[in-house]
Ligand binder design. Structure first.
Ligand SMILES: NC(=O)c1ccc[n+]([C@@H]2O[C@H](COP(=O)([O-])OP(=O)(O)OC[C@H]3O[C@@H](n4cnc5c(N)ncnc54)[C@H](OP(=O)(O)O)[C@@H]3O)[C@@H](O)[C@H]2O)c1
Length: 254
């Protein structure tokens, strides 16, 4: 996508990757509208970035999505980019009974939330000369982490949805791009400077430079072997990856 002159609505803009991309794209000369549930954080981010705007949104609520879309289109009719970024990452254990509330929450937030938000804005985006729908998926869409099985499944599903949507929109002015981050040091799990996690600043810098392309997928080079892995021989790498996590578990902060 072009990196300047857009009006960009970002879900999950109160922290981490969404806030980082919001601030970087704001500096590049885009009108940014962030969203999230935490009003105090929305206010903090927009006061630190004059010109940025915010809309409260609970992506788990279809009514909140409809309200946010209506406000966005009314107040920012130039909106031509949607970044579906809000997400949660609860731990689970697929070897035993999965907590139903947790599974429903992660599927509703990560998968349904992105589908619903896009559905609410897609006809508006089609009216723009150039428009883009972005999805923050994950390297875990391609190599699942077994300690977060439902989360990994939502990201694989979102990748699949983006593939279908990209094809369906091929004759329109709406492009679909996927951002597949590696492990980035944010509050998603437990921000703690783990050396396996990429610092947020480095991730944002590399992602912004890759986002300026027409590539359907944007990912940092470090994850290319994992991105290239799916195929009939994927099991060896998936098992080795998960064994490395079992040997050196991700601190949950609890
Ligand atoms: N960090 C990583 O290692 C990593 C790797 C791959 C992919 N990702 C993906 O990157 C995205 C951002 O994660 P992050 O690492 O930046 O984590 P984060 O700092 O925890 O940010 C998550 C964001 O999602 C928003 N959110 C969560 N539930 C929501 C809800 N019900 N309604 C509206 N907003 C909601 C939060 O806002 P409020 O709480 O204010 O609502 C927050 O802004 C997620 O989709 C995540 O899966 C992260």
């Amino acid at each position: 996508m072009k990196l300047t002159g857009n009006t960009i609505f970002i879900t999950g803009g109160t922290s981490g990757i969404g806030r980082g991309l919001a601030e970087a794209l704001h500096k590049l000369g885009n009108q940014i509208i962030i969203s999230g549930r935490r009003r105090a954080l929305l206010d903090e981010v927009i006061s630190l970035n004059p010109g940025m705007a915010a809309i409260e949104l609970d992506i788990n609520s279809p009514a909140s999505i409809a309200q946010a879309a209506e406000t966005l289109i009314r107040d920012y009719p130039a909106t031509n980019v949607l970044l579906n970024n809000a997400g949660i990452m609860p731990f689970d254990d697929a070897s035993t009974t999965i907590d139903d509330a947790s599974a429903v929450a992660v599927i509703t937030t990560n998968l349904l939330g992105s589908i619903r938000m896009t559905s609410a804005l897609i006809e508006h985006l089609k009216t723009k000369e150039e428009a883009t729908v972005l999805y923050t998926t994950s390297v875990l869409a391609f190599v699942p982490i077994s300690t977060n099985a439902v989360y990994s499944a939502t990201k694989a599903a979102l990748h699949s949805f983006a593939l279908s949507q990209r094809f369906q929109l091929r004759h329109t002015n709406v492009r679909v791009q996927e951002i597949a981050p590696p492990w980035v040091d944010t509050d998603l799990i437990h921000k703690g400077g783990d050396p396996r996690a990429m610092p947020l600043d480095t991730f944002i810098e590399q992602t912004i430079s890759a986002l300026g392309s027409d590539d359907p997928e944007v990912f940092v080079e470090a994850i290319r072997p994992l991105r290239d892995n799916p195929g009939v021989n994927e099991h060896g790498l998936v098992n080795a990856f998960n064994q490395s996590i079992a040997d050196n578990p991700i601190p949950t902060g609890n």
